[in-house]
Design a protein around this ligand. Structure first.
Ligand SMILES: Cc1cc2nc3c(=O)[nH]c(=O)nc-3n(C[C@H](O)[C@H](O)[C@H](O)COP(=O)(O)OP(=O)(O)OC[C@H]3O[C@@H](n4cnc5c(N)ncnc54)[C@H](O)[C@@H]3O)c2cc1C
Ligand code: FES
Length: 277
């Protein structure tokens, strides 16, 4: 199904908070009664500087959390836009349009396993809450469809883990892996995933994954090998978020053929089996 941004609104939102939540990681709160609780787990918002033309192009950020009249995004400070955004004080206006894209599946499952690498945890807070029946999102989506949720979260070092208390509060099991061994032995998030799969083979499982592409590819391979459905959230660079510019394409297809698909309207969530990495 293609999501032509027909639920999206474009507004100028005020930043009310822009705080550091982990090393080089910020959480920003935008006031917006327009978005209310329309956004669903896995959807994203485009954000842009409205006071000038540098940075010119907007950037996509996954919905992290939302309330009656606010939306929270969490971003890693990396390049041009996020370095600019880090220094914006409360009261700054930001051009925001969304919610955009499709969302994660909400079909019943015994065990939902969320795998995140780096800043890839951002789409999973709302998903964990929804899956465990703590909060409903969007319209017509189920709430409370997983008996158990495990969140496998990998980072370079423990200082990059953002929002651990938020995730623990959902009731999800939270498992951590670091490259440098600053939490437990040095290991990859895929090692965590393999352990979780080995201990839950009697359950019907679904995997969702977001992070660097090599990690998502590896998680997709593990899922296919274990015959488990796996959805990945693609983070290809985007300019419009609306299906117009084609900057965001990914190779998507069957085993024999592939085509470019726009991740902003045909994604960002795809079955791992569909992606040609
Ligand atoms: C659907 C979707 C959801 C997303 N959700 C999130 C989210 O929740 N949180 C989040 O943080 N991001 C998210 N992203 C990524 C986000 O849209 C931006 O791509 C990201 O924030 C980087 O933007 P930037 O302008 O800071 O970096 P850019 O300037 O666009 O740089 C892009 C890359 O180049 C590298 N780079 C930049 N300058 C240099 C340099 N001088 N030397 C070497 N390397 C350099 C940066 O490290 C970065 O990796 C999402 C993307 C998509 C498509
Ligand atoms: S970002 Fe413009 S078509 Fe997808």
């Amino acid at each position: 199904m293609i999501h032509f941004a027909d639920q999206a609104q474009a507004i100028e939102a005020s930043i009310t908070e822009n705080t550091c939540v982990a090393s080089s990681t910020m959480r920003i709160r935008l006031t917006s009664s327009e978005f209310r609780q329309a956004a669903c787990p896995g959807q994203f918002f485009m954000c842009r500087n409205v006071d000038g033309s540098d940075p010119l192009i907007g950037r996509a950020f996954a919905l992290y959390d939302t309330g009656h009249d606010w939306v929270d995004l969490v971003y890693a400070v990396k390049g041009k836009f996020t370095q600019w955004l880090r220094n914006r004080p409360a009261g700054t206006k930001l051009g925001v349009w969304g919610p955009l894209g499709n969302s994660f599946a909400c079909t019943p499952v015994d065990h939902l396993i969320m795998v995140a690498g780096g800043i890839g945890q951002t789409p999973f807070l709302t998903l964990a809450r929804e899956a465990l029946g703590k909060q409903a999102y969007g319209q017509g989506r189920r709430c409370g469809y997983a008996s158990k949720v495990t969140f496998c979260y990998g980072a370079k070092s423990s200082e990059y883990f953002a929002g651990l208390d938020d995730f623990k509060a959902t009731g999800a099991e939270v498992l951590l892996a670091t490259d440098d061994g600053s939490v437990g032995p040095a290991r990859l998030v895929t090692d965590l995933l393999n352990d979780v799969l080995a201990s839950s083979s009697n359950l019907q499982r679904r995997i969702v994954c977001c992070g660097p592409e090599p990690m998502m590819q590896r998680v997709g391979e593990i899922a296919i090998r274990n015959d488990i459905d796996c959805q990945v959230s693609m983070e290809t660079p985007m300019a419009c978020g609306l299906g117009i510019c084609f900057t965001c394409v990914a190779k998507v297809g069957t085993e024999q053929e592939w085509d470019y698909k726009r991740t902003c309207v045909e994604g960002p969530i795809f079955s791992a089996r569909e992606i040609v990495w």
